[in-house]
Ligand binder design. Structure first.
Ligand code: ATP
Ligand code: MG
Length: 235
């Protein structure tokens, strides 16, 4: 039975599709059998697969609230399943997280964007009435050469009872935009780029959470205080 990771946030434009596609590529290049489910009628992940030259990733659309039933059967043929779930339909989102091993919630690093995760957290809490579910926030599109505002980290910490923050995060790089339209992961587009390194780190951290026995190094959770003090330099 493959592990199922849902990239979901009720809020739009936070990087759900970008993360789903890049993590799928990262997993495939690590030798995993990968399924990419597009649960968003916008079809961004399916479009990514359509322009991808390699046939290493299977992609399919499931935009109905039967995901929790469908995925359990389909996932048996894969090692990892990534689900890109659009926010608008609460039923589909609820159905997706009822089946998953991990809910990854991309958020933009501003206090207001993180507060907007409240709706996502509400659905998560409803799902947890029925089953245990691991959930993590990941900061996406951090402006390069900047530090994440303390207010944003405090806003994330405000949800720590529901979902903690991944140590890995993604900065804003053109590689993400350019590679998607070519059907490539950032590592395929620019192997030496910082975006490539960050996706690899995020993938490794995710694997350490969902499959701890294969993880080489324990991941130390980062507190709001330590992150706020970490200055990040990127091109
Ligand atoms: N780390 C990043 N650096 C630069 N651009 C990014 C990054 N992450 C996402 N983007 C860009 O931000 C936009 C929104 O990203 P994406 O489509 O992945 O979000 P989404 O949450 O799937 O949106 P939607 O709710 O519309 O499905 C896209 O143009 C994408 O290329
Ligand atoms: Mg999308």
């Amino acid at each position: 039975m493959g592990k199922i990771i849902v990239c979901g946030n009720v809020k739009g434009g936070v990087g759900k599709s970008t993360l789903s596609c890049n993590l799928a590529v990262q997993a495939s290049s690590s030798g995993k059998r990968v399924l990419l489910i597009d649960a968003d009628p916008q079809g961004s992940s399916l479009s990514f697969r359509a322009v991808r030259a390699l046939d290493d990733i299977t992609a399919m659309a499931i935009t109905s609230a039967t995901l929790h039933r469908d995925l359990r059967n389909i996932a048996t043929a894969y090692d990892l399943v990534f689900v890109d779930v659009g926010g608008r339909d609460g039923d589909v989102f609820r159905s997706a997280i009822m089946s998953c091993d991990l809910l990854l919630i991309p958020v933009l690093p501003s206090q207001y964007d993180i507060w907007a995760a409240e709706d996502t957290i509400r659905v998560l809490r409803e799902a947890r009435a029925f089953r245990d579910l691991t959930a993590r926030f990941v900061l996406n599109q951090i402006v390069t050469n900047s530090i994440v505002a303390r207010e944003a980290l405090e806003a994330v910490a405000g949800f720590s009872g529901d979902a903690t923050l991944m140590k890995s995060s993604l900065h804003q790089y053109m590689d993400f935009k350019k590679s998607i339209s070519l059907g490539q992961g950032v590592g395929e587009f620019n192997a030496d780029g910082k975006a490539s390194r960050e996706v690899a780190e995020l993938y490794t951290e995710l694997m350490s959470i969902i499959d701890p026995q294969v993880s080489e190094q324990p991941v130390v959770e980062q507190s709001a205080d330590t992150m706020a003090e970490t200055e990040v330099h990127h091109d």
